[in-house]
Design a protein around this ligand. Sequence first.
Ligand code: NAD
Length: 256
Amino acid sequence: MSGILEGKRILITGVLMESSIAFHTAKLAQEQGAEVILTAFPRPTLTERIAKKLPKPAKVIELDVTNQEHLDRLAGLVKEELGGRLDGIVHSIGFAPQDALGGNFLNTPFESVATAMHVSAFSLKSLTMALRELLVPGSAVVGLTFDAQFAWPQYDWMGPAKAALEATSRYMARDLGKDDIRCNLISAGPIGSMAAKSIPGFAELADVWNHRSPMEWNMADPEPAGKGVVALLSDWFPKTTGEIIHVDGGLHAVGA
Ligand code: NAD
């Protein structure tokens, strides 16, 4: 049986640990027939070690999304590996300095806010444009958000950074739609990844799901989010763009 990504070439950022949403996305994408290339931050060796646990080999390219030299050389390196065509990009990148998280919202300096915005939101645009020449009609860009409609405990400046990511995705959808390139986000519930563990008091945030989620939510399971990303990369959402699909057990739909 052929998979829903058969013959597609997909670049996936954000594989750091086995707990990374991107790791599960890469695994599912390969199982569904895609050829996958990974980018790595902060060290390619870390990502290469985790990539060995994927069903098939995947080449790893170093990429700090705030480094213009890395962005400038990216398309050339991808072309060497996959040829001149790319069918999808997964943006699975988020970061905020410690003083922008954990209840320090009112005291965070702008430099830390700027870093959070640069890495977590602006990078959706810079990553996509670095690879724009390789994207073919029918291709898809998919990113990951944490519902920016609400102010969450401890999440602090990652909240406005995610709001910026969500708006950036809509503007990308506006500007790339004419070339038949889609841009969508998965809004995932809390997952115990490295990024989550770096948020002081993340357990308090995640606990909201224990009390309010219509469906049982397992923080140790990034696979549902990965499945959502793969679905949006596929041809099964051909006219969906600028959209945010919630993979959160339904919590976004209910009141307190
Ligand atoms: P993770 O720590 O496994 O992944 C975060 C990734 O961001 C890492 O791979 C890291 O290398 C990358 N990164 C950080 N700075 C970078 C830079 N300058 N250049 C390139 N890459 C950089 O955690 P995750 O939970 O898998 O996070 C992936 C995405 O999912 C993020 O956008 C995150 O905000 C989002 N998300 C996470 C949760 C959650 O609860 N864990 C919920 C909703 C959305």
